[in-house]
Design a protein around this ligand. Structure first.
Ligand code: ZN
Ligand code: ZN
Length: 239
């Protein structure tokens, strides 16, 4: 009996592990089917994920139907392209319309969502976030301090900026292929939104396979998809 109570207390207080940046094949540069995302995330011991396809939330309803585990959380999200680069909207109720950074941030917050700046610094400056993190104080909720497809050096540089400005940190895989899932993660106690608000999140993961992932996704996005069409098109035609 005592053992059971202890087990329960331990479980209640256990740290949760979420991967907060995952693309499904509803994104035009990922090849992972929603069912595989769910299966692999659970196999890797994650307690939750955020689905953050590029400019669409269509995979969320598929994942929600597939998920039979009430202890596994799927956060509806989107990676939104704006005039200053990408950002992640999490806990969204509907897709974000504006492509203006500040209007889109307001749209997310008006829905009760949270705003995360992913991969603020990358090797390909085209993917960098082109607005000063220091000038976004009070406007954003967290910054990605760990992205598994980034080089360690660029994650370290991002972390330096994050510490300088005192933002909450999140870690994620930015999955585009199956083997990416869980390679970056955020650890926290209790509710993720509270943990972010209180800046109590911890990040971790490996960047060891990032290069392979970038190569695969780049090859598909730039060479294969223009020839055979992307998965996003096949989803559209199925609807
Ligand atoms: Zn991005
Ligand atoms: Zn992404």
């Amino acid at each position: 009996m005592k053992k059971n109570i202890q087990k329960h207390i331990f479980r209640k207080n256990a740290m949760k592990k979420y991967d907060l940046h995952i693309h499904s094949n509803f994104s035009n540069d990922s090849i992972i089917a929603p069912a595989d995302i769910l299966r692999i995330a659970k196999e890797k011991g994650l307690n939750g994920i955020a689905i953050t396809d590029h400019d669409t939330m269509r995979a969320y309803s598929v994942l929600k139907k597939l998920n039979k585990d009430k202890d596994f959380e799927i956060i509806p999200g989107e990676e939104i392209h704006t005039n200053y680069g990408h950002f992640l909207g999490l806990y969204l109720r509907k897709e974000i319309k504006s492509r203006d950074l500040f209007e889109a941030i307001d749209e997310v917050h008006n829905q009760g969502g949270i705003v995360v700046i992913p991969h603020p610094i990358t090797i390909a400056s085209i993917h960098n976030f082109n607005y000063s993190l220091g000038k976004l104080k009070g406007k954003i909720d967290a910054v990605e301090a760990f992205n598994s497809r980034n080089f360690k050096r660029h994650n370290d540089l991002a972390q330096k900026e994050i510490l300088k400005y005192g933002y909450a940190q999140v870690g994620s895989s930015d999955s585009h292929i199956k083997s990416d899932i869980g390679n970056g993660y955020t650890l926290f106690y209790g509710d993720l939104r509270d943990a972010i608000k209180n800046k109590e999140t911890i990040v971790g993961g490996t960047t060891k396979y990032g290069f392979v992932s970038n190569l695969c996704a780049g090859f598909r996005g730039r060479i294969i998809y223009p020839i055979i069409g992307s998965h996003i098109k096949s989803h559209q035609s199925r609807k």
